[in-house]
Design a protein around this ligand. Structure first.
Ligand code: ADP
Ligand code: GLC
Length: 484
């Protein structure tokens, strides 16, 4: 099939979170499985910094309100080594909108014109299909930034021959909806008729995510559990009724792991490789990780790590309350992340108060993220909600035991370890409370002190296989449904 993949971030070009991991790996897996994939991304400043050589393919002129914004479609002069010939990557150039220091805005905030930026992106991608004469079977878009693509395909861009393909919209996170003032409606080029409660309107505002949910031929989320959870008010962020109406078209497909990037046996970001049966490297990584965070190395204390966007979604109210009692636990904690200023400040304060046991590095650092996966004993993910979550699956391969809350993809990928049967690949609690987290941590640390059990558990983790191959097959099946 010919798949158009429109997305706002993708590895190795631009990344703020797991969406980029998925948009980097899934197109590659689909291309390897025989599909032809056309990936489109905005040309952000950081991409211009990393890749110098771009080949112009076409120009676009897009009416945005009274203005006509010009832009260009470019390809990479030379594709990254090893890239499959079935994968074609193109960028939408519009310097006024995309040549900026950040992808969406400084940490913890958003550029005020993000609505316009992504309206432009969606239209430019669809114009590209016509200008480059692409024959697309499925238009696959992701999250609010590309929520207008399914809308345009049924309105402004519905004319054959170029726009006959069906659309799939993937929800990676319902907590971000791209809600805009309704004055942006004319800038979309859409008719005010679309601004109704059944379509794009949401409490008198324009909801770009809702566009994807209402207009796409099929919908999916990134785990089975999350596809059920979002039908309930607790997880639906006000869109649960819209989703309930679409439940027959809504699927759940768990994300995969790109083991060419996340595997301790060949991880390019760590020096001391290891694998099941040859674990010496993990101990060295633990030492290096302790040093990197300014902590002393303790073989007998568990090192608990977390790499995360610092947002309430990830369970930081529970974590901060737990850390207040850090002296009760035979463990040390390392945190890497950026985001909400309040969470940053509180983590820094706690690290200052307990310098022997807690360390926090404020920043975004891929190399350090890999070292943390490799060197920690336990990975913490007590999310309030988690559409899929990738770090728990990365952790498994590194023998870093995940401690998670039973929600979304965390629930689908992690099963609680049972010392009697020796089954399970982590620790998991259900009720979102500090006491439940603490109880599970105590249980985890008890097992950590029993090396035979811990080695059994760690081996279970390292044997798990969440490679993209299986998930890509499920996307291919879903693409067939989209086309019917
Ligand atoms: P989400 O997409 O909600 O942020 P995921 O678990 O799906 O959560 O994916 C997060 C991705 O972003 C992982 O690849 C993780 O390693 C990466 N990441 C998050 N914060 C940082 C950071 N501060 N430095 C480096 N990588 C990070
Ligand atoms: C979102 C979700 C995360 C998921 C990622 C990739 O950012 O928060 O759970 O893993 O998208 O699908």
């Amino acid at each position: 099939m010919n798949i158009l993949f429109a997305v706002s971030e993708a590895e190795p070009f631009a990344k703020t979170g797991g969406l980029a991991d998925v948009a980097g790996a899934l197109p590659r897996a689909l291309a390897a499985a025989g599909d032809k994939v056309h990936l489109f991304l905005p040309l952000y400043r950081e991409i211009k910094g990393k890749y110098k050589n771009f080949t112009p393919e076409a120009e676009v002129f897009i009416p945005v309100g009274d203005r006509r914004l010009s832009g260009a479609i470019v390809g990479l002069g030379s594709p990254p080594a090893g890239q499959h010939p079935n994968l074609k990557i193109r960028f939408i150039v519009q310097d006024e909108l995309f040549d900026r220091p950040e992808i969406y805005g400084p940490p913890g905030s958003e550029y005020p014109d993000n609505g316009i930026r992504f309206i432009f992106f969606c239209r430019a991608v669809l114009d590209a299909v016509n200008l480059l004469n692409l024959d697309i079977d499925v238009y696959h878009s992701h999250d609010w930034q590309t929520g207008l693509i399914p809308v345009y395909l049924k309105t402004l861009y519905k004319k054959p021959p170029h726009y006959q393909g069906g659309s799939l919209f993937t929800i990676h996170n319902l907590g971000y909806q791209g809600i805009q003032d309704k004055s942006l409606m004319p800038l979309t080029g859409l008719n005010w008729e679309e601004f109704t409660f059944q379509r794009l309107e949401f409490f008198d505002q324009l909801n770009l995510l809702k566009g994807g949910l209402v207009y796409a031929d099929k919908l999916n989320t990134v785990s089975q559990a999350y596809s059920r959870e979002i039908l309930k008010p607790e997880f639906g962020f006000g869109l649960e009724k819209v989703l309930q109406e679409r439940r027959d078209d809504l699927y759940g497909i768990l994300n995969g792991v790109d083991y060419s990037e996340w595997d301790p046996a060949r991880d390019p970001y760590i020096d001391n490789h290891f694998q099941l049966g040859r674990m010496a490297g993990k101990k060295v990584c633990k030492k290096k990780l302790s040093t990197a965070f300014g902590l002393s190395y303790s073989a007998n204390l568990a090192l608990i790590g977390m790499v995360s966007r610092l947002v309430t979604q990830k369970g930081f109210d529970l974590i901060l309350a737990l850390l207040e009692r850090v002296n009760e636990f035979a463990a040390k904690f390392v945190f890497l992340g950026t985001g909400d200023e309040k969470i940053e400040t509180q983590l820094a304060k706690l690290a200052g108060r307990y310098p022997e046991k807690i360390a926090f590095i404020r920043g975004y650092d891929n190399r350090l993220a890999h070292l943390l996966e490799a060197g920690a004993d336990i990975f913490l993910m007590p999310s309030r909600y988690e559409p899929c979550g990738l770090n728990q699956m990365y952790s498994l391969r590194y023998g870093t035991v995940p401690l998670v809350r039973a929600t979304g993809g965390l629930d689908d990928s992690i099963s609680h370890f049972n010392p009697q049967t020796g089954r399970g690949n982590g620790f998991k609690f259900s009720v979102y409370s500090q006491s439940a987290l603490q109880k599970t941590l105590v249980e985890t640390l008890e097992i950590y002190q029993k090396p035979r059990l811990w080695h059994k558990l760690r081996a279970n983790c390292m044997r798990c296989d969440f490679s993209w191959k299986q998930s890509a097959k499920k996307y291919q099946e879903l693409y067939k449904k989209v086309c019917k």
